[in-house]
Design a protein around this ligand. Structure first.
Ligand SMILES: Nc1ncnc2c1ncn2[C@@H]1O[C@H](COP(=O)(O)OP(=O)(O)OP(=O)(O)O)[C@@H](O)[C@H]1O
Length: 177
């Protein structure tokens, strides 16, 4: 649901790790002059975690701390947030939720380049096959604001950037205070 109190919209980019969330979020942020928050990076920089997960080699996020940190910024609008989970963010934060999808072969290549462990690769590939991120977004946000986008190539990235740019201009025309 659009929030009439903000002058610029907020966008969430979600999807399985490696689908290209940060790449798309960075290009959108720079072309539309939005603040970009990569939740993984933010959690590390500001120590917004509860501990370390040895099995998956990642920080266990303290979700309340992240929400407290971002809420004053997000309520002003003009932000793009990227993260692989989506259900714990306040629904009111976002005007558009993009779910990126990529073919398994492409994801595998990207994980191998990152030297991911086999358990991490299998877990992420299973997530993509089972469309876990898409289902989570559908459970958590109004379907009208969700856009599923393919992210297999540089051309896809450019097309997705254009689609979001057009959506942004339309939002600004109809919702700006
Ligand atoms: N549309 C695309 N086509 C081809 N390669 C891409 C595309 N998007 C991203 N990549 C490449 O895939 C890798 C992962 O991209 P990126 O870090 O943006 O993904 P991510 O979804 O943010 O990952 P994570 O959730 O682990 O942070 C990078 O090497 C990036 O250059």
């Amino acid at each position: 649901m659009n929030n009439p109190k903000r002058n610029r919209p907020n966008i969430l980019i979600t999807g399985t790790p490696g689908t290209g969330k940060s790449s798309l979020a960075e290009s959108i942020a720079s072309s539309l002059n939005l603040n970009h928050f990569d939740i993984g990076k933010l959690v590390k920089e500001k120590e917004l975690y509860e501990g370390w997960d040895d099995e998956f080699q990642c920080w266990i996020i303290d979700e309340d701390k992240v929400i407290d940190e971002l809420d004053p910024i997000l309520i002003q609008g003009g932000c793009v947030v990227d993260h692989h989970t989506s259900e714990w963010f306040p629904e009111r934060w976002f005007d558009l939720v993009v779910v990126l999808r990529a073919d398994i072969e492409n994801l595998n290549e990207r994980y191998e380049k990152r030297n991911y462990s086999q358990i991490k690769i299998t877990n992420n590939i299973d997530c993509e096959i089972m469309q876990v991120c898409l289902d989570e977004a559908i459970r958590s946000y109004d379907e009208k604001i969700i856009k599923e986008m393919t992210s297999n190539s540089i051309e896809d990235n450019e097309e997705n950037q254009n689609t979001v740019g057009e959506w942004y201009n339309n939002w600004m025309q109809h919702n700006q205070i």
